[in-house]
Structure formats: structure tokens, C-alpha cells
Design a protein around this ligand. Structure first.
Ligand SMILES: Nc1ncnc2c1ncn2[C@@H]1O[C@H](COP(=O)(O)OP(=O)(O)OP(=O)(O)O)[C@@H](O)[C@H]1O
Length: 266
């Protein structure tokens, strides 16, 4: 289905968004929409701004310019999986309690889980192949088991918008296949999924749409049209040429710098 022809309502709209740190843009001049039930890969070289974009959507970063609007989305409607490196594995929690946090939005942090909550946690652990790991401390899990546990927590969050930051880094093929099956299940349930990935073969195989970022959007649309050699080369060049010390554009300048042809239509 063409993105342009899609009749689904936008769930996220970006209007000339700039996101960054200390007035230095990490993503800039992003305009476009994500539609309900999109399965969108966010790709680009290291430092292209992919994680920053997800943090902006999740509400951890406020735009330095422009706006991100989520239609009918509050905090509890967004499930966010950070990069593994950002997760504190030393936290003294066991697997069951960690996954149960996925229910907090619905029952409150102080609410008791009850029999039905405990059953939901057990079901989520079974769905990711972690039955039997309930009382393991999270710091003792392997990388792949950790990722399965994080997906179990996402399952319980039951959010319409799911943001995944490099979910398959350092994960074996069997675990990747299991987690992709979960993503496809969520897609079948018409959830909207944005997933940062580096493996272009995975993107081509499983993601109908892609956004290629190099601080600025290089292309956004059907995956085959986005992941062309020309676009990928341009993304590399843009990232290599990026001036890390650049400051946020003045409003007059932002108007002139629009996404290139092939970028996602607003
Ligand atoms: N907390 C921070 N403070 C200052 N600068 C940051 C911070 N986080 C990221 N950056 C900078 O923002 C830019 C974009 O980083 P980001 O992590 O979004 O890129 P990425 O595309 O996700 O990269 P990678 O593929 O390497 O994970 C980089 O120059 C990075 O150094």
C-alpha cells in the first residue's frame, strides 16, 4: 500500500521539527506523517539522529523548533524500547517484577497485580520464551534473554504506538526471528511501530516503509524507493559533512531547507 495513497489517519505529525541537545540539532527539518498501523523502519548512519527522533516522539526531549503532534496519544499510549546500552542491568529486580512494570500504566505503581495481572505477566513471559525465568535477577540474563524480557514488558503495555531502538543488536538469529514475529503480530493488531535498525536486509524483508535520516530526512516512503544506493550514499555524505558545532537554524533559514525530493509527504 502506498503511503501517499494511504487512507489511514495520521497518528504522528512532524512539522519542521528540530531536536537536539544544548541548541545543537541532532535531527532537523523533519516534516511528515506516520499513519496508524504503519510499520516504519528508521535507518541512517551512526549519529544520524535516529535515537534522538524516538526520544522526541516518546516525550523525553522537547523539540528545539517545530512540533511533533500525536493524535490522541498520551504518555500511556506510547511504549518505548531504548537501546540496550541505556538499560541499567544492575537494578535489583527479578524478571517477573520487571515485566509486571508493563502493567503499571493500567493498575498504577502501587496497585496490586492480582491474579489476573500475574497471569498476564506469565503469559507475556511465555510469549517471549522466558517461562521459568521469573525469579532470575535481570542482571543475570544474557543479551538475548534481556531483549525477550523487554519485549514481554512491551506486550503488557498494550500501547497503540511502539518505538523500538535497535532491538536486534547483538541478538542471535533465532531470537531475532521470534521478536520479528512479535512485531508482525503487533502490526496485525494495527498498532503503529517505528523501529531503528541498521540491518538493511531486515528492513527490506519486514518493513514496508522506511525513513532514511542523516540529521535531515533524506527519503521517506516505500522501503524499496528509500533504500536506493543513491539515497544511502547521500545519507553517508551528509552525516560525514555534518558540523557538530552547528546551532539551531534561525526561523528564516529553516524555511529554505526542505526535505529532498522523495521525502515523505506531510
Ligand atoms: N545526550 C546527548 N547529549 C549531547 N549530544 C547527544 C546526546 N545524545 C545524542 N547526542 C548527539 O546527537 C547526535 C545524534 O545521536 P543519535 O544517538 O540520535 O544518533 P543515532 O542515529 O541513533 O546513532 P547510532 O546509530 O550511532 O545509535 C550525535 O551527534 C550524538 O553525539
Amino acid at each position: 500500500m502506498s503511503h501517499i495513497a494511504s487512507v489511514a489517519a495520521p497518528i504522528l505529525s512532524f512539522d519542521n521539527v528540530t531536536l537536539g541537545y544544548d541548541r545543537h540539532p541532532a535531527v532537523h527539518h523533519l516534516s511528515g506523517c506516520v499513519h496508524r498501523a504503519d510499520l516504519l523502519a528508521v535507518v541512517g548512519p551512526n549519529g544520524a539522529g535516529k535515537s534522538t527522533l524516538l526520544k522526541g516522539i516518546a516525550g523525553f526531549l522537547r523539540p528545539l523548533g517545530g512540533s511533533i503532534r500525536g493524535k490522541g496519544l498520551g504518555r500511556k499510549h506510547v511504549a518505548y524500547l531504548p537501546q540496550q546500552a541505556e538499560i541499567d542491568r544492575g537494578f535489583p529486580l527479578d524478571v517477573f517484577d520487571f515485566v509486571a512494570m508493563g502493567l503499571w500504566q493500567r493498575i498504577g505503581a502501587l496497585g496490586g497485580l492480582g491474579r489476573s495481572g500475574r497471569a498476564q505477566v506469565s503469559d507475556a513471559l511465555a510469549a517471549v520464551g522466558l517461562s521459568g525465568f521469573e525469579r532470575r535477577t535481570i542482571g543475570t540474563l544474557s543479551g538475548g534473554q534481556m531483549q525477550r524480557m523487554l519485549f514481554a514488558r512491551l506486550l503488557l503495555q498494550d500501547a497503540p504506538l511502539i518505538l523500538l531502538d535497535e532491538p536486534f543488536t547483538a541478538i542471535d538469529t533465532r531470537t531475532v526471528a521470534d521478536l520479528i514475529a512479535l512485531i508482525e503480530r503487533w502490526h496485525g493488531e494495527r498498532r503503529t511501530i517505528l523501529c531503528v535498525l541498521h540491518d538493511m536486509d531486515q528492513v527490506r524483508a519486514h518493513f514496508p516503509h522506511a525513513l532514511l535520516l542523516a540529521r535531515t530526512p533524506v527519503a521517506w516512503g516505500a522501503t524499496d524507493e528509500v533504500l536506493t544506493e543513491t539515497n544511502l550514499t547521500r545519507a553517508r555524505q551528509l552525516c560525514e559533512a555534518w558540523d557538530e558545532t552547528a546551532l539551531v537554524c534561525a526561523p528564516a533559514t529553516t524555511r529554505r531547507q526542505q526535505p529532498r525530493k522523495g521525502a515523505h509527504p506531510a
